[in-house]
Write a protein that binds this ligand. Structure first.
Ligand SMILES: [Zn+2]
Ligand SMILES: [Zn+2]
Length: 182
């Protein structure tokens, strides 16, 4: 057994950003689109107000259940013309808040993937001013449009990651029962 100093304890404790990103990653495990898993968590005053993941509209067949996104299309990403069948994680989280009458004004959103332009527009119009994401998505013209929104002061975007120590701790917590009485 090793004794833990206050310093090592605080290093083991996730920051708020890590905490909410981990929750977004957990939400992503519920994704049902074959394109890629994405999770989102809307946060207001350090409280989760809504969550979402990448999946077909409520009540519609899941891409994962069908085994394809559209007939003949292995992934929603594979078509240049068809829109994704999935409601994106951010849109699902905003829809969940709307369905339950929860204000998103002044909130932040944590996402496993940088929002696409459609979601970014929705985020801005929902009054969500801060976006924290793990993986970059927009390139080329998409990135230019994103940057124009940032320059207009509509939204801020920040890429964040889990520290290896916190990621390992979370993995250990998920694999083993943790709240065992001693
Ligand atoms: Zn799909
Ligand atoms: Zn999107």
């Amino acid at each position: 057994m090793h004794s833990s100093s206050p310093t090592s304890e605080s290093q083991q404790r996730p920051t708020w950003d890590e905490y909410f990103l981990m929750l977004a990653k957990l939400a992503a495990t519920r994704s049902t689109c074959l394109a890629f898993p994405v999770g989102a968590v809307i946060v207001k005053n350090k409280q989760v107000v809504a969550t979402g993941y990448n999946g077909s509209p409520s009540g519609s067949a899941h891409c994962t259940t069908q085994g394809y996104c559209y007939p003949g299309l292995s992934s929603c990403d594979a078509s240049k013309t068809l829109p994704s069948r999935a409601v994106h994680a951010e849109a699902n989280a905003i829809a969940q808040a709307a369905k339950h009458g929860i204000s998103t004004d002044g909130a932040s959103i944590y996402v496993t993937l940088e929002p696409c332009l459609s979601c970014l527009k929705l985020i801005i119009s929902a009054g969500i001013g801060e976006v924290y994401y793990e993986t970059t998505f927009n390139t080329g013209e998409g990135a230019l449009v994103r940057d124009s929104f940032i320059e207009e002061g509509l939204v801020t975007l920040k890429q964040i990651n889990l520290s290896p120590e916190i990621a390992q701790k979370a993995a250990d917590f998920l694999v083993h029962p943790i709240s065992l009485p001693s």
